[in-house]
Design a protein around this ligand. Structure first.
Ligand code: GLV
Ligand code: MN
Ligand code: MN
Length: 409
């Protein structure tokens, strides 16, 4: 059956790529670390007996043929990139877990009607170019020419970064898959929260994924002399931004379900003796209900308008992405329940607060997700941890769901 040692060894080996002593794992899109991680995943896929290819947007794909090669393909996998100083499980478990399932099927000489493919998606985190899920957006045909022109903080565009790594950005449409050729996308992932731990359960079945609104907010005040400008004559962009950050927290807290985060804040010109003239910060706003998220967004901006008037500053906004909530298919939730019952695992059904490639894939095929318990609920942090046994439980559930979906013969 599933080889827990092999899964855990691969997670740890992959987790060394981009690791920094005193920090965590940093593997951003189209970097040498990203390339090294893809090459290692290609090695695992070959060891598993898969047919490997890479598509035009940098996704690595391993295929296990079905008895009927023309039958719609069952997809699994997750992302190969990480945030800055992240952990070794986020994304990696879904790739290594799916490879393990297919390797086990090969070892057991299982035959399925439908082919199964593992995707190691490129750039899900969006850490480099400030928009996430580039690889899965490429698969569903949502990448635009404007996306290719977006730049990282060094001023390198997506297209330039692609060329540097040997891709031809003009071919991005070659990565598109049509709904007719796909049966499902099933993603295994760590929970990144505390629900399963609090219930003392190793696995969970995901009911749906929250929306994701990312935007940039620029507060424009007036730079001035820190010594010579009396307090009443200032248009301090940072003090205004600080009030806005408080408003964001307050409005999100009111609903009980919304989460809102200001994760990046840049003060200009950034001198000790200069009143901040401009502040740029990001907003990440999520809720399982689009309606609630929209309402919180409206309330936040009503308050931001008030702060602008009171403080004589103004704001400019830029939407980085708006991804609606994604429901998981009832059919795959049931398949995962059957899998847990077969294995003898207790499970819990829960929504995902984190974003996943499945949110893009839902546009072209039904999706399912399986969660594995996270220690202390910590993620996007080097301390991120899931035990070998819990990872193996998740992979076992994935095995049964993929087998049932691909129809054993
Ligand atoms: C990705 O991990 C996200 O939810 O931002
Ligand atoms: Mn993540
Ligand atoms: Mn992830």
């Amino acid at each position: 059956m599933i080889n827990a040692e092999r899964v855990f060894h691969r997670l740890q080996e992959l987790g060394k790529i981009g690791y920094r002593e005193g920090g965590g794992v940093t593997r951003h899109a189209f970097t040498s670390e990203d390339r090294a991680a893809k090459d290692l995943v290609i090695k695992y896929m070959k060891e598993a007996g898969l047919e490997v290819r890479e598509d035009a947007v940098g996704n690595v794909i391993g295929r296990r043929e079905g008895k009927n090669p023309q039958a719609p393909v069952v997809l699994s996998g997750s992302h190969i990139d990480t945030v800055c100083d992240g952990g070794i499980f986020d994304g990696a478990l879904g790739i290594i877990g799916a490879i393990e399932v297919l390797q086990t099927m090969n070892e057991q000489k299982v035959v399925t009607e439908h082919p199964i493919e593992v995707y190691a998606f490129n750039d899900e985190e969006g850490s480099r170019f400030s928009f996430s899920m580039f690889g899965s957006m490429g698969v569903i045909g949502r990448i635009t020419e404007e996306d290719l022109a977006k730049k990282d903080r060094q001023g390198i565009s997506v297209a330039e970064a692609m060329r540097e790594q040997g891709y031809d950005p003009e071919k991005f449409r070659d990565a598109i898959r049509s709904p007719e050729e796909l049966k499902a996308f099933i993603e295994l992932h760590i929970e990144q929260g505390k629900v399963l731990e609090s219930k003392n359960l190793s696995v969970g079945i995901v009911t749906g994924i929250v929306n994701e609104l990312w935007m940039k907010i620029r507060v424009i005040g007036e730079a001035g002399h820190a010594g010579a400008t009396p307090m009443n004559f200032r248009k301090d962009a940072l003090v205004a931004a600080a009030e806005m950050v408080q408003v964001i927290e307050r409005e999100a807290k009111k609903t009980g379900t919304t989460v809102a985060t200001v994760g990046r804040l840049n003060v200009l010109p950034g001198g000790i003796n200069i009143i901040p003239g401009q502040v740029e910060f990001t907003l990440d706003l999520r809720d399982i209900s689009q309606e609630v998220s929209d309402k919180v967004e409206r309330e936040i901006f009503k308050e931001i308008d008030r702060i602008c008037q009171e403080r004589g500053v103004r704001v400019e906004t830029e939407i980085l992405q708006r991804i609606p909530p994604a429901p998981c298919s009832k059919g795959f939730q049931l398949a995962a329940k059957r899998a847990c019952e077969k294995i003898g695992l207790e499970y819990f059904c829960l929504p995902s607060g984190a974003g996943h490639d499945a949110m893009q894939m839902v546009n072209i095929c039904p999706i399912g997700m399986i969660f594995v318990r996270s220690k202390d609920g910590i993620s996007h942090n080097p301390a991120e941890w899931s035990s070998k046994e819990d990872c193996a439980d998740g992979v076992k559930v994935l095995y049964h769901v993929l087998l049932e979906t691909a129809v054993p013969i």
